[in-house]
Design a binder for this molecule. Structure first.
Ligand SMILES: Nc1ncnc2c1ncn2[C@@H]1O[C@H](COP(=O)(O)OP(=O)(O)OP(=O)(O)O)[C@@H](O)[C@H]1O
Length: 271
């Protein structure tokens, strides 16, 4: 069976089954995950000026490898979205660096950063953001077409991505003809179509009931296992349990982390 077929997730998943993540609860087994895809070091982001200054992120170090899904948890305002935006090049740090596949994106100008982002990064949001007038396949193909990929190639990449998340049979349906869980699978397919290998998910299960949320996590997990790296913001421990490890933010700092490979300073609560 090919790697591609391995990765396929049936739409008939048993959503009630417990997460398979328990086996990795203590962090990735040595050799299981691949090279570092995303490397953030000394990442600091200050918003505003003077007395209104907010240190949204403060000297954060984080690496995410191919094959690894990292959950980001923390109270409201702790810097989770800021971290995701910096990871994907939507925002630039006040200091520190973000490297994607070895390329320091935080040094690039806005145009180059946008191009790199389109090629390498996929986002999944809570509210799916599918375009109602486009079919599932058209929604998935659109970002690739915008990036200059020929229509036929974009379409076949879209069908492959939809197949991978188990909804290729819905390729010609419009969003309003799909359930919330099906729409979110399409959104994940859109985030990962083509060569993009970093998936950034901000509360991707937030608008879904818990059973459908588990099914979406299963899809995300399978996709990461098949050769992507993922950063998942969630408030829910049961969804974080699908990740290889979890980092906890408070006031822009990493105050705790799970996983054997967490650097010593990330495990300290005293920072
Ligand atoms: N553009 C901005 N201008 C000023 N302050 C900002 C801006 N963006 C974020 N902040 C502040 O930075 C801090 C971190 O915000 P961020 O949205 O990253 O937190 P979060 O953990 O994602 O919160 P939530 O769980 O509520 O989404 C907060 O104090 C927030 O008010």
């Amino acid at each position: 069976m090919s790697r591609h077929q391995d990765a396929r997730v049936s739409s008939e998943d048993d959503p009630g089954a417990p997460p398979a993540r328990g086996r990795r609860a203590a962090g990735p087994v040595a050799g299981e995950s691949g090279p570092v895809l995303l490397a953030m070091s000394g990442l600091t982001r200050v918003h505003g000026e003077g007395a209104a200054q907010v240190r949204a992120l403060d000297e954060v170090d984080l690496q995410v490898r191919l094959g690894e899904l990292v959950a980001v948890m923390g109270p409201s305002g702790s810097g989770k979205s800021t971290l995701l935006n910096l990871a994907g090049g939507l925002d630039t740090p006040t200091s520190g660096a973000v490297a994607l596949a070895g390329e320091v994106i935080s040094d690039l100008d806005a145009r180059k950063r946008a191009a790199l982002r389109r090629r390498k990064v996929g986002y999944v949001f809570q509210d799916f953001n599918l375009i109602p007038a486009l079919t599932a396949a058209e929604n998935v193909a659109l970002p690739r077409e915008l990036d200059g990929v020929p229509l036929r190639t974009a379409r076949s990449e879209a069908i492959a991505a939809l197949f991978e998340v188990g909804v290729d049979d819905l390729a010609d349906r419009f969003p309003e003809e799909m359930s919330g869980g099906q729409q979110q699978r399409v959104a994940i397919a859109r985030a990962l179509a083509g060569p993009r290998r970093l998936v950034l998910a901000d509360e991707p299960t937030g608008a879904l009931d818990s059973v459908t949320g588990e099914a979406v996590m299963r899809v995300l997990r399978a996709r990461v296992d098949a050769g992507a790296a993922g950063l998942l913001v969630t408030h829910e421990p049961r969804f974080a349990a699908w990740a290889d490890r979890t980092i906890f933010l408070r006031d822009g700092r990493v105050v705790d982390a799970t996983g054997d490979d967490a650097p010593e300073h990330l495990l300290s609560r005293s920072r």
